[in-house]
Design a protein around this ligand. Structure first.
Ligand SMILES: [Zn+2]
Length: 472
């Protein structure tokens, strides 16, 4: 398995810290507002890694955090300014921030289930781990990496030499490009120092700490929670492209300053979801949510396939045509499994079909192992379906073929659920409905039924003995 590591900037052979086990932390949602599909692209990467590693035989421990405090609005600088996103929403809606956090967290779980993301081992909330964050901040102060001033605690960026290695935003670069984005507070030793703990009497969510009442900075949350669940060093940390700087850069500085160990072995980030070439995360007014897309007629697995069709690291244009395309591809694969491979003639297994399955499996595993090349893995299934159809499989072949597609779908998770009704019963009912329509000279309706079935790969044959059907 090779993964593109953001830190080294190279494709790296994946070697887990503990043989056969993958420990992974995915930066999860900030629960102030229903997340949009740009956010879900990042969470989908976590699910894809999880499913891929499990498919390849690893045991995966997956942790995804819930940020329910401390994520400020101007989060593109390390020491973010602005308001706490939750607090701002709570004041605008005149609702308790805790109520908003729980409601949006619930929506997150609904949406990820719609997108068929597997349950992580834990979804730790920031507000449930304040004690761990305070302990980590105390340790940073003790080791000379942080300092407290008037109820605020800052991380001293100059105390961590490797600051900037992940994102390229070294101190020299940040200082040269200082554009007034960083807050020049007198109490800070360096303008790029960022807050670990914030004192703000107006904040609605406050905790006692050795530095007085306050709330944690966003970055320390992920350092503290990942350490609690996965230890000082773990294998994979994922996130969106906007997390590389400052969020993940700051996490490395905090965690490695406390432990003295390598924090994360492989940093994996998705590319942007773009609209008309713009980064979706930064454009207001065009941010579709999962239920909005469902309302527009796209099922969760359609959205899933739309994302997986593109390599995770490439920019993914948000375009309804691409969603329509994903829907068509999914229909084709479902048709293959549920109709083309059903009702096959009784016969023995063919070696040629078995050979196709073996080759497709090899190519599928190779594609996934090549930095999660899902575009190629999808192409494999296309080629496989065409090749199998040409071989005119028997019912015995078809069972093996479907078994392989289901294996493939353990990673893609886009197949329809097994139809509950017997296919034959359903088609017989449609044939009777069509006969009735023809008898009452409603030929438009009769043709519609025939065309709908045809679109599902089922052909009706009118014979002297009545109407029969076959898969195309
Ligand atoms: Zn995070």
């Amino acid at each position: 398995m090779r993964l593109q590591d953001t830190l080294s900037g190279k494709l790296e052979e994946f070697v887990p810290l503990r043989p056969g086990k993958v420990r992974m932390y995915n930066c999860g949602p900030t629960v102030y507002r229903r997340n949009h599909i740009g956010n879900y692209r990042a969470y989908m990467l976590g699910d894809l890694l999880r499913r891929t590693f499990e498919y390849l035989g690893y045991e995966v421990q997956q942790i995804m955090n819930i940020t329910d405090v401390g994520h400020l609005t101007e989060d593109d600088v390390a020491d973010a300014r602005g308001e706490d996103k939750l607090q701002k929403e709570a004041q605008a809606r005149k609702v308790d921030p805790w109520a908003i956090a729980r409601e949006v967290e619930e929506w997150f779980h609904q949406d990820r289930k719609t997108l068929r993301m597997l349950d992580a081992d834990a979804y730790p909330r920031a507000t449930d781990h304040i004690a761990e964050m305070i302990a980590m901040i105390e340790s940073l102060i003790e080791k000379g990496h942080a300092y407290a001033v008037d109820g605020n605690v800052y991380f001293a960026v100059q105390s961590f030499e490797r600051y900037g290695t992940l994102s390229g935003n070294t101190l020299a670069k940040l200082e040269a490009g200082a554009s007034g984005r960083v807050e020049e507070r007198e109490e800070k030793r360096n303008p790029n120092d960022f807050a670990l703990w914030k004192h703000d009497p107006k904040h609605l969510m406050q905790w006692d700490s050795p530095w007085g009442k306050g709330f944690p900075g966003w970055h320390i949350e992920c350092s503290a929670m990942s350490r609690k669940y996965l230890g000082d060093t773990f294998d994979i940390h994922t996130g969106g492209p906007d997390n590389i700087f400052p969020h993940h850069e700051c996490e490395i500085a905090q965690s490695e300053s406390v432990t003295g160990e390598t924090f994360v072995r492989y940093w994996v980030h998705v590319g942007w979801l773009t609209i008309g070439g713009d980064k979706m995360a930064k454009r207001a007014g065009k941010l579709y949510t999962v239920p909005e897309l469902v309302e527009m007629g796209y099922e969760g697995p359609d959205i899933r396939l739309y994302m997986l069709k593109q390599h995770y690291r490439k920019p993914l244009p948000f375009d309804l045509e691409l969603l329509d395309e994903a829907k068509r591809i999914r229909k084709r694969i479902n048709n293959f499994v549920f109709y083309e491979m059903a009702n096959r003639p009784e016969d023995f297994e063919k070696d040629a079909v078995k050979a196709e399955i073996e080759e497709a499996r090899e190519r599928f595993q190779a594609a996934l192992s090549d930095d999660l090349n899902t575009s190629e893995a999808l192409a494999v299934i296309h080629g496989f379906m065409t090749a199998v159809n040409k071989l005119e499989p028997s019912n015995a072949d078809a069972a093996l073929v479907v078994e392989f597609v289901r294996e493939w779908d353990g990673v893609f998770a886009i197949l329809d659920d097994e139809p509950e009704d017997d296919l034959d019963t359903e088609i017989q009912q449609l044939i009777e409905e069509r006969n009735a329509a023809r008898a009452s000279k409603d030929f438009a309706h009769a043709d519609q039924i025939r065309d709908d079935l045809l679109a599902r790969g089922i052909e009706l044959l009118d014979t002297a003995q009545g109407t029969r059907w076959k898969t195309k």
